[in-house]
Design a binder for this molecule. Structure first.
Ligand SMILES: *Cc1c(COP(=O)(O)O)cnc(C)c1O
Length: 360
């Protein structure tokens, strides 16, 4: 068996320890005589799994009691519709468009009400985060929407926007649990777990209780109401049970690592290695404004499409996989989520140095 360093943006690397443990429990989960994949979601064993997962997530993020944690399906993309369907009481919401995912969320919301694009960085191919200290927030906005870490472009909000008292809604898919967070600053936090937490198929929604009501847009399907899932403890129908089980293992791993403050330090160290090298390289350079750089997704280019392709190919041969940039930007992107060990980033930087010497 040999594992590569996997820099995929998602689905992405998971802690090896978690995968090993899951493998050990595959045929017989703790004396149940069956796999978690085979057990009823109403069983005592699964109840313990989901309740422990929620308790651990609450502890890691310091989630206050007046927030619900929901384990849902449909990916992050389904939230693009669920959010306006459930939260647009006045039929108005403000969107800050800092990348493809925020843009898709904005476009989806336009189908359900008045979605206003109050800021955007599309003028410079989403290479920065706009100043959000004094935006024209709509008087009757039901919420202000951001994508906190822009997976494709590699930017991150280092400061949350001034929403002027309006509810903040954030897609944190690619920065989930990468650093400590003050949940009270948000009305709703959500993310697909396949970037930084677990296997594709689970989306976690952390939502303040007062936002969960029956007052949703007419004809909202039962399955798309937060209330349906909140009332049923995420067990209204069969949840993505195996995925939740793996997420739970990752929460335990994060606790063992020392929690989110320790993860932040680790992530800063890893990203620092790569950015420091990029800043002095004569071949490679980063593509976003320094102040807005993501700790999780690091895009870079050589300036030549041909050299970029050669780099991606040779890196793969050296055991450094999935470094090709998103199809909409080109170049390279290294996603260095929580589970990427520092040795992976060191190996990448060493390989880039060698490639630079050989190709300059
Ligand atoms: C990947 C990603 C999405 C889309 O996730 P799906 O689960 O595939 O719908 C949305 N937002 C962000 C920030 C992402 O990184």
């Amino acid at each position: 068996m040999s594992r590569v360093y996997n820099f995929s943006a998602g689905p992405a690397v998971l802690p090896e320890e978690v995968l090993r443990e899951a493998a050990e429990e595959m045929l017989d989960y703790r004396g149940c005589g069956m796999s978690v994949m085979e057990m009823s979601h109403r069983s005592g064993a699964f109840e313990t799994i989901i309740q422990t997962a929620e308790a651990d997530l609450r502890e890691l993020m310091g989630i206050p009691a007046n927030y619900k944690v929901l384990f849902l399906q449909g990916g992050a993309s389904q939230q693009f519709a669920m959010i306006p369907m459930n939260l647009m009481k006045n039929g108005t919401a403000d969107y800050i468009v800092t990348g493809q995912w925020a843009k898709k969320a904005y476009q989806e919301a336009c189908q359900y009400g008045r979605a206003n694009k109050i800021a955007s960085s599309e003028d410079k191919t989403f290479s920065y985060i706009p100043d959000c200290s004094d935006l024209p927030i709509s008087e009757n906005a039901d919420y202000v929407y951001i994508c906190e870490n822009n997976t494709i472009y590699g930017t991150k909000f280092k400061e949350l926007p001034n929403t002027k008292g309006k509810t903040l809604v954030a897609d944190v898919s690619s920065c989930f649990l990468s650093e400590p967070v003050d949940v009270t600053k948000y009305g709703l936090i959500y993310g697909g777990v396949q970037k930084n937490i677990g296997p594709a198929g689970v989306v976690i929604v952390i939502i303040r209780e007062d936002l969960i009501t029956d007052d949703v847009l007419p004809e909202t399907p039962t399955m798309l109401k937060y209330k349906t899932h909140a009332d049923a403890g995420s067990l209204y129908n069969t949840p993505p049970a195996y995925g939740i089980y793996i997420c739970g293992k990752v929460f335990q791993w994060l606790k063992k690592m020392g929690g989110l403050a320790v993860m932040k330090e680790r992530n800063e160290k890893k990203a620092g290695l790569l950015y420091d090298y990029l800043d002095q390289s004569r071949l490679f350079h980063g593509t976003v404004e320094k102040k807005d750089r993501s700790l999780m997704n690091v895009p870079f280019v050589t300036g030549s499409g041909e050299l970029d392709a050669k780099f991606v190919k040779e890196a793969k041969e050296a055991g450094l996989e999935n470094l090709k940039g998103h199809r909409s930007v080109g170049g390279m992107r290294a996603s260095i989520y929580n589970a990427m060990p520092i040795e992976g980033v060191e190996a990448l930087v060493a390989f880039m140095k060698k490639f630079e010497e050989e190709n300059l």
